[in-house]
Design a protein around this ligand. Structure first.
Ligand code: HEM
Length: 256
């Protein structure tokens, strides 16, 4: 008897059938720590651990090219910052700091004049190594540490004071609680800077000029790595960013 290559003839599996009309084909399960499927997109499980919502969103929207090792060129990064509204002065200022971080991640010395010159010449940053970077700090929201975490996103959303929108004051309150739970001055400074840039880049302005993200907007960015619905490119420079940073520090002082 010829045993068919497809298996034992007495235990043959029913042939898979095409879904009937109107029936959904089974979908692959979504990894709850990587709901946007970045690891599949970059073909690397470390992609699920990228800790920054902006990076995740620009990668998911193909605004930067990530090579097979996780590198993004400084040219692409500069374009993505521009495309998300970060204006010239702030962008170039940020690029100087980012190059230094990229050099540290690449294991290059960054001290002294020669370290500075080396950092200035660096032309790529490894986004998969960001969790090892000096930018990591205490008191983050915990939403994207070790992959996406719904519970921590819900906790961040719970700071919405009107139950609908998340404003600068709400984010300042969230940062304050996060830093109380996980103390460290860098958590306050970096955390407030990150929440301010988040609000300025992804937020909208209400009729009184107050910036906010709806709770859905915040979830879309952190969880789905998508831009908020009806997002329009803002203009984010030192002035706008500085104003919200000062406002958040002021809010924290008032609530001491
Ligand atoms: C306009 C651009 C950007 C925005 C709006 C933004 C926003 C944010 C926000 C809101 C967080 C806090 C996440 C949390 O607490 O859960 C964060 C974290 C982070 N971002 Fe960005 N980011 C931007 C650009 C960048 C760039 C260019 C880099 C590095 C090259 C970067 C690296 C990081 C890292 C490493 C963290 C993790 C910090 C931690 O968990 O301790 N971000 N970012």
């Amino acid at each position: 008897m010829i045993i068919q290559a497809k298996g034992c003839p007495f235990h043959r599996q029913p042939a898979p059938t095409a879904p009937k009309q109107g029936e959904q084909a089974p979908q692959p399960p979504v990894d709850s720590t990587d709901p946007a499927g970045l690891s599949d997109k970059l073909n690397n499980p470390k992609a699920a651990l990228i800790p920054c919502p902006w990076w995740r969103t620009v990668i998911n929207n193909d605004m930067v090219k990530v090579d097979s090792n996780g590198n993004v060129s400084m040219k692409d990064l500069r374009h993505a910052l521009k495309a998300t509204g970060v204006t010239f002065g702030l962008r170039e200022g940020a690029m100087l700091g980012i190059k230094r971080v990229a050099a540290q991640l690449a294991g290059a010395p960054t001290g002294g004049i020669s370290g500075f010159m080396h950092a200035m010449c660096i032309d790529k940053i490894n986004v998969l190594d960001l969790p090892k970077s000096s930018l990591m700090h205490t008191g983050d929201s915990g939403t994207l540490r070790k992959g996406f975490n719904q519970e921590n996103l819900d906790r961040l959303l719970s700071f919405s004071s009107d139950g609908r929108r998340v404003t600068a004051n709400d984010l300042a309150d969230a940062n304050k609680k996060q830093v109380e739970a996980d103390p460290g001055e860098s958590g306050r400074k970096f955390g407030i800077a990150e929440y301010s840039i988040l609000l300025n880049v992804f937020g909208k302005k209400d009729e009184d000029g107050q910036k906010y993200l709806t709770k859905e907007d915040l979830s879309r960015v952190f969880k789905n790595n998508q831009f908020p619905e009806n997002w329009e490119k803002p203009k984010v420079g030192f002035f706008a960013l500085g104003k919200s940073i000062l406002g958040m520090f002021e809010r924290q002082k008032q609530t001491d």
